[in-house]
Design a protein around this ligand. Structure first.
Ligand code: TXA
Ligand code: MG
Length: 318
């Protein structure tokens, strides 16, 4: 399959209307979109990404009216979050409408809904004239794509089109996912909309922590994630010995010499940069990436969540 590159949201939307899969930029990461009501198109996404089929997708809407077509109920907490934040890097999990195919939700009775914020994403969604399910546009397990080149690297020849926008540096890591089906909202995945932000709107909001024997509420949480080919090592003390072909990313200057170093200006900047840095490390055949840990509060919680998963999943260099 030839993958068409375009800067035109109108041209990209034509591929969606013909049942294709199209990568597009949002304020978080690039998504791989397909019509939420088209089971065949949804199948293409799972195939292109090699995504495990028990991992549900997020539906993206271009206007408020589309939310009602996707869910059977907008719960009171969801209503408050929509009014306070949308469009935003925030996904709300709600009971799905009957019309939404189970292919989109990995057989769950719920669907995640989000309205992305950037003008280009909203314009593209409007031209599609339907909500789109869109996982991050990377091969499953790889670092999420923050540039169209990263999408191209993983998915060229596997999808119909890439809508070329700039780097997704406004946020740079995926949306906060909040289950709004119960009385107290539960954060299933941390993101740049923080626990503190959500508690200002609904004070009962909590962070979900799966107990050992329980099935995770967000199936995506159990899969290997965000992994470059290099081994990811988390460090808090910056005096450590490094081997050859090592890289470092963090807020403070390390004591050792590295083949590749990125010093970030702030935790926000760190969150913008690390996915791209991981891919750059792979291009440079780095074997170990040392990541400085940050305090797990605010967006630091989301960043540490991604770094820990990358460190768990990172295969030893080969
Ligand atoms: O920022 C984002 O959310 C990006 C952009 C493209 O919008 N999308 C994204 O999608 O990160 P994906 O598929 O990589 O991650 C979706 C996450 C997974 O952890 C999945 O398990 C969870 O959301 N999720 C989706 N629907 C769910 C549902 N009905 N119940 C619980 N978790 C759900
Ligand atoms: Mg993903």
């Amino acid at each position: 399959m030839k993958t068409v590159l375009t800067k035109s949201p109108i041209e990209a939307a034509e591929f969606i209307k013909r049942g294709g899969a199209v990568a597009f930029p949002t304020e978080t990461v690039y998504g791989l979109g397909a019509n939420v009501f088209d089971e065949k198109a949804i199948g293409k996404i799972f195939e292109a990404k090699k995504r495990p089929n028990d991992n549900p997708l997020i539906a993206h809407v271009g206007n408020f009216g589309q939310i009602e077509a996707l869910v059977s109920e907008i719960t009171p907490s969801a209503q408050k979050f929509i009014e306070a934040f949308f469009p935003a890097p925030l996904t709300l999990v709600l009971p799905k409408a009957e019309r939404v195919p189970f292919a989109a939700t990995a057989h769950l009775e719920t669907i995640g809904v989000r309205m992305p914020k950037t003008a280009l994403a909203l314009e593209f969604l409007r031209h599609c004239e339907t909500p789109l399910v869109a996982p991050s546009a990377n091969l499953s397990g790889r670092p999420s794509p923050t540039t169209w080149q990263a999408v191209y690297e993983d998915l060229t020849g596997r999808i119909e089109c890439i809508l070329q926008g700039g780097e997704t540096t406004e946020i740079g890591l995926e949306s906060t996912v909040v289950d709004c089906t119960a009385n107290a909202p539960l954060i299933l995945r941390a993101g740049s909309i923080t626990l503190e932000d959500l508690q200002k709107i609904v004070p009962d909001t909590r962070i979900y922590r799966a107990s050992k024997n329980e099935q995770p509420k967000s199936p995506g949480l159990k899969h290997r994630h965000y992994s470059p080919r290099a081994r990811v090592v988390l460090v808090s003390d910056l005096r450590f010995r490094v081997s050859n072909r090592s890289a470092y990313i963090g807020l403070n200057e390390p004591c050792e010499k590295f083949d590749l170093i990125k010093i970030c200006r702030s935790v926000e900047d760190y969150a913008h940069q690390f996915f791209k840095f991981f891919r750059e490390c792979d291009h440079r055949h780095i074997r170990e990436i040392y990541c400085e840990t940050v305090e797990e509060k605010g967006i630091g919680l989301a960043l540490m969540d991604r770094l820990k998963r990358a460190a768990e999943g990172g295969a030893a260099s080969s």
